[in-house]
Design a protein around this ligand. Structure first.
Ligand code: G6P
Length: 500
């Protein structure tokens, strides 16, 4: 591993690519994180002197950089106050709800943004310190939108990619953000800005055109070389660059001379480690476990499954309402049907998540109290995270997967379910407000706000003609098998390498 010259490939993400684990002798160790992003990038890291810059998840704990399974890990420290203001505050109580169609109301606090700016600078400096001359740096997600421009200031020699894993909101919503110019300029520091859906890339281009007046053609944004950096904000420092307010010259015609650099903004829908899920779904012990799950639930005719982080964007309430009404209407019967809902703990320091948990658990208790029998439960609710082996066993056990998100950048659970269903059986009910709906066209697509439509889809899924189900699943599987997360990373990085 190079120490002096730096690393050729640097990933910058809010979370480090490893999780802390307790070893057998009671000490602490690290295990590579199981998510698709880490799985896709780990081999590239190992081949090309890779470093990963990220927060290790604890507050007020400085940690030296270390190597782990072919990856150089650079922990970025956060104080308790920064966890509150940058992570729980600006990232997850301002940006997250704003970017997810204001399903929850975003809070705007100047001291949260100040912490966001400060922490983004720390990430940018850490990346600048480890990147080799001419390295490729790939910045991930909404927590770090100022990093591209900050890094460009520090290291104009590196190639910078950015990928936004969550939706990018329409201009009317994005424009609520008091620091909208800073965020746009932060992102435009990248050579390539990737989004999940075409509509996200379009939203971004529209707001750049409207707010900054930059010329855009075929996904190429022409950024003036003298554009202010992310440290300056029109709404703070005077209205120096807001064409919407008529204070800056419009640049909406094609630039004829120099003085510009180009940033490309384009969709790259992410996927999963398909081979790994397929392999697990064929493992005899996991198949046996799936059969055991069905037995333990009392061999119902139809097992419905929901798997989500406990997040208000996931439409868990809407799902429960539809299911409850079907029990009430007698269209579903406890014993014949069972809903397994895995809700993994998430962002428990944020008030809206605490309220959501109370709400969901109240609803589950009420529904079970009303419809359970001594032998059977209506909803098996699990507030846990599980290893991927157990998730695949659940996918194999479930006849119907319910993905009812109100807004979701992609939704990888939908793709994992499909990958696990090699038999061709099983039905995916999928919200049209997920990125996955752009590709998984043969799912039963629903609008989760339309309770009657959702109920009809649930009934259809439970009673579908097996040949229709197999035909749909075959087509869904073709999509997920030919587009895995490795291919996604390759396409993004090839495109980034091709930037001038
Ligand atoms: C989403 C975001 C990720 C984030 C993950 C878990 O998928 O796009 O950036 O890491 O949720 O959330 P957490 O706040 O626990 O990192």
């Amino acid at each position: 591993m190079p120490q002096q010259s730096g690393y050729d490939f640097v990933v910058v993400a809010n979370r480090l690519a490893v999780d802390r684990v307790t070893t057998e002798d009671g000490g602490t160790g690290w295990r590579r994180s199981p998510g698709g992003l880490v799985t896709a990038l780990a081999p590239i890291m190992a081949q090309s002197d890779g470093a990963w810059v990220g927060w290790h998840g604890a507050a007020d704990e400085p940690l030296e950089a270390f190597d782990h399974q072919g990856m150089h890990l650079v922990p970025v420290p956060l104080s308790e106050q920064e966890v509150e203001d940058y992570y729980e505050g600006f990232s997850n109580a301002t940006l997250w709800p704003l970017y997810h169609d204001v399903i929850a109301r975003p809070a705007f606090h100047r001291h949260w943004f100040e912490a966001y700016r400060r922490v983004n600078r720390r990430f940018a400096e850490a990346a600048a310190d480890v990147a080799a001359q001419g390295a490729t740096v790939w910045v991930q997600d909404y927590q770090l939108q100022l990093v591209p421009a900050m890094l460009r200031e520090l290291r104009p020699d590196v190639k910078i990619g950015f990928f936004n894993h969550i939706p990018f909101p329409p201009p009317g919503l994005f424009s609520q953000l008091p620091w909208r110019h800073s965020v746009l300029r932060g992102l435009l520091g990248a050579d390539l800005i990737g989004f999940q859906r075409e509509s996200d890339a379009r939203n971004f281009q529209r707001v750049v055109r409207h707010r900054l007046g930059y010329y855009i053609k075929s996904d190429q944004v022409f950024v003036p070389l003298d554009a202010p950096g992310p440290g300056e904000d029109a709404s703070v420092n005077g209205l120096h660059a807001d064409p919407a307010r008529g204070t800056a010259p419009r640049q909406l015609t094609a630039p004829t001379e120099g003085g510009f650099r180009v940033a490309e903004a384009k969709a790259f829908p992410i996927s999963i480690d398909t081979d790994k899920i397929v392999e697990l779904s064929e493992r005899p012990d996991i198949i046996a476990r799936s059969q055991q799950i069905r037995r333990e639930l009392g061999e119902p005719d139809t097992i419905f499954l929901g798997v989500d982080r406990l997040d208000y964007t996931k439409g868990i309430r809407h799902r429960l309402k539809a299911y409850e009404e079907l029990l009430r209407d007698g269209k579903l019967t406890v014993g014949e049907a069972c809903l397994v809902q895995v809700a993994s703990p998430s962002r428990e320091g944020v008030a809206s998540y605490q309220r959501l948990r109370e709400d969901i658990e109240g609803a589950v208790g009420r529904i079970n109290g009303e419809y359970d029998t001594l032998a059977h439960t209506a909803i098996r609710y699990l507030h846990h995270s599980y290893p991927v082996e157990e998730m695949v066993a659940l996918y194999l056990a479930a006849d119907v997967m319910l993905v009812t998100a109100l807004r979701d950048g992609m939704n990888l659970v939908a793709k994992e379910y499909v990958a696990a269903r090699k038999s061709g059986q099983g039905v995916l009910v999928l919200s049209e407000f997920t990125g996955a709906a752009d590709q998984l066209r043969q799912a039963l697509l629903i609008n989760p706000h339309d309770v009657d439509e959702l109920k009809a889809a649930i009934v259809k899924a439970a009673t579908i003609d097996p040949e229709d189900a197999r035909r749909r699943m075959r087509s869904l599987r073709r999509q997920v098998v030919s587009n895995n997360v490795q291919r996604w990373a390759e396409e993004f990085l090839d495109r980034l390498a091709a930037q001038p």
